[in-house]
Design a protein around this ligand. Structure first.
Ligand code: GLU
Length: 444
C-alpha cells in the first residue's frame, strides 16, 4: 500500500478476523512446499544439475530477530522480525518487507525463493530475499510504526546493505516504511557514507531518493501482461470485464490502468469484504475510499456480495492481488474468467492451476506479471548509485519494454517445450542461475 498508515490507538497485535470466509494463512498449508512443488516441475523439464538444485532448495540465510519497542503508552512490546536470503549468485539479495499478523518463516522462505526466480527471469542483477514483521500494522499509531520499523532495521544491522540485501515495500509496508528504514541505516553507517547508502532500500518516496514510477510499477506490469495476452488472443480489452481481489498498491493501480484501456472493473474484494457493480466501479474513487476507510467493503457505489459470489462473477480477466493461496479447487471451479493474472505472489494452489488450465483458462504466473515492482526497484537502485533522477515517462517506457520482452520469451519457451507458462518462467530463470553456477563453481 502506498497510502499513509493512519494514526490509530495503540493496542497489542491481534490475529486477523477477515469476516470473508477466507481461511487463515496457517490453514492454507506450507507455502514453501507449494513453491518447491512448482519449481520442481521446471527443474525436471530443464534437467537441472542436481548440485545446483540442492543449493536452491534451501535459502542461504534465515535471520530471525525478536526486538523490543516502546509503545505510545510507555510499555514495551516484543516483535518478531524475519529476513530470509534465498540466493545471491546473480546479485544482491532483493525483496520486500511484509508487515502481517500471520507472517511466518515458511512464508518468507517461499517469497524469498520467488524473488530469486523473478529477478533471474527478467535478467535483473539481483538475488532473492524477503522479510518482515509478524504484526498487524493497522493496529498501531504512526509513531509506533516508525519506532517498530527503525528498531527492526537496527536489529538487522549489516544483514542489509545497498550491495548486500535491499528491502522494498510489500503487503503492509509502504514508501514511508522504506524512508524510515533508509534514514535509520544512513544514521548508523557514518556521516561520510550517508548518501552513498541511499540504495539500501527501494520503493522510497521520490522526495527521499525514490524513483518516479515505482509507486504504480507492479500494477503497470500486470496491465502490460494483460495487454500482451489480449494481443495474442485477439481479445478486445475495450469493455472487457475485470475482477480484482485485493485493492492495495497492486490491485488499485492495476484497476486504474486497466480502466484507462477501456476495461470495466465489475467486482473487487479485500480483507473487509467483496463488492460488485455490473456497470463498473470507478477505480480512482475506490482508491481514494480505501485510503480513508482501509477497505473496499464500505464503498457506496456497489452492492455487497459474498466471497463465493465474487469468484463466480461473469468476467474476462481475474487479477488476484491479495495474499497467497487464495485460489483453491473450489475457486478454480467457480471462476469464469478467460485469464488469471497473478498480481499477488503465489495466489494459486497447484491443484487449482491444473483445473484452470484444463478449463482453457490462461494463467499468467506471478514471477512473470507482478515483477514491475522489482524491475523499477532496480531502476531506483541504479539511479541512487549514479546520483540520477530519471524522468517518469522514461521509467515507464523502460518498464514496458522489459515486461513485453520477457512476456515474449516466456511465450516462445512455453510453445517450444509444450509446458505451461509458470513452468516456462521458472525454467528460464533456473537456466540462467545454472549457467552462472557452472561458470563460477563453488568456493573453495
Ligand atoms: N515486494 C515486491 C515483490 O514481491 C517488490 C520487491 C522489490 O521491489 O524488491 O515483488
Amino acid at each position: 500500500m502506498t497510502t499513509d498508515v493512519k494514526a490509530r490507538p495503540a493496542r497489542p497485535s491481534e490475529p486477523p478476523t477477515t469476516g470473508t470466509g477466507t481461511p487463515s494463512l496457517k490453514d492454507r498449508g506450507n507455502l514453501f512446499e507449494v513453491a518447491m512443488r512448482q519449481i520442481d516441475k521446471a527443474a525436471q523439464l530443464t534437467k537441472l544439475d542436481a548440485d545446483v538444485w540442492q543449493i536452491l532448495q534451501q535459502p542461504k540465510n534465515e535471520i530471525l530477530t525478536n526486538f523490543p519497542v516502546r509503545m505510545d503508552d510507555g510499555r514495551i512490546q516484543l516483535f518478531k522480525g524475519y529476513r530470509v536470503q534465498h540466493n545471491n549468485i546473480l546479485g544482491p539479495y532483493k525483496g520486500g518487507m511484509r508487515y502481517h499478523p500471520e507472517a511466518n518463516l515458511d512464508e518468507m522462505k517461499a517469497l524469498a525463493a520467488w524473488m530469486t526466480y523473478k529477478s533471474a527471469l527478467h535478467e535483473i542483477p539481483f538475488g532473492g530475499g524477503k522479510g518482515g514483521i509478524k504484526f498487524d500494522p493497522t493496529k498501531h499509531s504512526k509513531t509506533e510504526l516508525e519506532r517498530i520499523t527503525r528498531r527492526f532495521t537496527h536489529s538487522l544491522g549489516n544483514n542489509i546493505g545497498p550491495d548486500w540485501d535491499i528491502p522494498a515495500p510489500d503487503v503492509g509496508s509502504n514508501e514511508q516504511t522504506m524512508v524510515w528504514m533508509m534514514d535509520t541505516y544512513m544514521n548508523v553507517v557514518g556521516q561520510n557514507e550517508r548518501h552513498s547508502v541511499r540504495g539500501v532500500v527501494t520503493g522510497k518516496s521520490v522526495n527521499a531518493g525514490g524513483s518516479y514510477g515505482r509507486r504504480e510499477a507492479t500494477g503497470a506490469g500486470v496491465m502490460h501482461c494483460i495487454v500482451e495476452w489480449a494481443k495474442d488472443t485477439n481479445f478486445d480489452l475495450d469493455g472487457a470485464h475485470v475482477i480484482i481481489q485485493g485493492f492495495g498498491n497492486v490491485g488499485s493501480f492495476a484497476a486504474r490502468l486497466l480502466s484507462q484501456k477501456g476495461a470495466v472493473i465489475v467486482g473487487v474484494g479485500d480483507h473487509g469484504g467483496y463488492i460488485a457493480n455490473p456497470e463498473g466501479l470507478n477505480a480512482h474513487k475506490l482508491q481514494e475510499h480505501v485510503a480513508k476507510a482501509g477497505t473496499v467493503a464500505t464503498y457506496k457505489g456497489a452492492a455487497k456480495i459474498t466471497r463465493d459470489e465474487f469468484f463466480a462473477l461473469e468476467c474476462d480477466v481475474f487479477v488476484p492481488a491479495a495474499l497467497e493461496l487464495e485460489i483453491g479447487v473450489k475457486e478454480a471451479n467457480a471462476l469464469k474468467a478467460k485469464v488469471v493474472v497473478e498480481g499477488a505472489n503465489g495466489p494459486t494452489y497447484p491443484e487449482a492451476e491444473d483445473i484452470l488450465l484444463d478449463k482453457g483458462v490462461a494463467v499468467i504466473p506471478d514471477i512473470l506479471c507482478n515483477s514491475g515492482g522489482v524491475i523499477v526497484s532496480y531502476y531506483e537502485w541504479l539511479q541512487n548509485k549514479r546520483s540520477e533522477q530519471w524522468e517518469h515517462q522514461d521509467v515507464l517506457d523502460r518498464l514496458q519494454h522489459r515486461m513485453t520482452k520477457t512476456y515474449g520469451e516466456v511465450r516462445t519457451y512455453a510453445t517450444k517445450h509444450k509446458c505451461n507458462w509458470r513452468t516456462a518462467s521458472y525454467a528460464i530463470g533456473l537456466e540462467r542461475i545454472e549457467r552462472c553456477y557452472k561458470e563460477r563453481g563453488i568456493f573453495p
